[in-house]
Design a protein around this ligand. Structure first.
Ligand code: NDP
Ligand code: 8X3
Length: 262
């Protein structure tokens, strides 16, 4: 096992859900946490908990990953002691809307593609050249079971996660000959703010997604990320698909009320 104590772990979208849980898990291992999101106040609210949990150091900054200039400027202007990122967790992402593709609001498409695909690329481009120069590092991209099975009314979100899967594969190939590792973590349903965001704040619709199943938690995903990152240096975990016991794939579920699909 490779310890992460003292390593710089950069997590995008750390203000909520899987990102916040990953920050806590790596804090418990004594990592140095570099965290960003658009809602700086949400990051600030985590500071005490992360410090108490054991983070060696914490540095926050506000970032919208969709803005390429801001991504480049923010990463270029990091304090010197935060520049050599060891682990990048490209987690920032979202789904917007749940309607037939031809009835979707194109603004929702833009938001998903700009965040989940282009944002991930911008951050990767800003960080990976340094990893290559140091011949050391690990990129963890947040995928989804949505990249394996397309489900009704989710075509564009599924497409964005299919892009993430292919980008992860391509990055791994392009890094051959270096010691930099690439992992795609591909969860099924995780109860976070994800569905509230997807349904534009409709909490009732969001709650229904997780009714009559035991969903995964952010901590479950953080645990998977930590496992992938702490394998010996010659082991590259390419992808990890994880779902609740109640989920067969992105579409088939066992709901305790008898429903078998989403
Ligand atoms: P949350 O809504 O709880 O968290 C999403 C995080 O992404 C927030 O911290 C948010 O921060 C950040 N974010 C969104 N847009 C941007 C942006 N433009 N720039 C920077 N940060 C951004 O959802 P999850 O924790 O569930 O989602 C995290 C990732 O996990 C996403 O990539 C999602 O697709 C993926 N995923 C989620 C699953 C689930 O069932 N929940 C399953 C599989 C994958 P802020 O708003 O402050 O910017
Ligand atoms: C999020 C999980 O099933 O809502 O990627 O697409 S799902």
């Amino acid at each position: 096992m490779q310890p992460v104590r003292g390593k710089i772990v950069f997590i995008t979208g750390a203000s909520s859900g899987i990102g916040a849980a990953t920050a806590l898990t790596f804090a418990q291992q004594g990592a140095r946490l570099l965290l960003c999101a658009r809602r700086l106040e949400k990051l600030e609210a985590l500071r005490d908990e992360l410090t108490t949990a054991g983070a060696e150091a914490i540095h926050f900054f506000q970032l919208d990953v969709r803005d390429r200039t801001s991504v480049n400027d923010a990463i270029a202007s990091l304090p010197e002691e935060w520049k050599a990122v060891d682990v990048l967790v490209n987690n920032a992402g979202l789904a917007r809307g749940m309607e037939k593709l031809y009835e979707n609001d194109p603004n929702d498409w833009d938001e998903m593609i700009d965040t989940n695909v282009k944002g991930l690329l911008y951050v990767t481009k800003a960080i990976v050249p340094g990893m290559v120069a140091r011949n050391s590092g690990h990129v963890v991209n947040m995928g989804s079971t949505a990249s394996y099975n397309t489900y009704a009314n989710g075509g564009v979100y599924c497409a964005s996660k299919a892009a993430e899967k292919v980008i992860s594969e391509g990055l791994k190939i392009d890094l051959l000959g270096t010691a930099v590792r690439v992992t795609s973590i591909d969860p099924g349903m995780v109860e976070t703010d994800f569905s509230k965001v997807r349904f534009h704040g409709d909490e009732e619709a969001a709650a229904k997604v997780y009714q009559n199943i035991t969903p995964l938690t952010g901590e479950d995903i953080a645990d998977a990320i930590l496992w992938a990152v702490t394998r010996p240096a010659h082991v590259n975990i390419h992808s990890m698909v994880l779902t609740t016991i109640h989920q067969g794939n992105a579409y088939y579920l066992h709901r305790t009320n008898g429903n078998a699909t989403r």
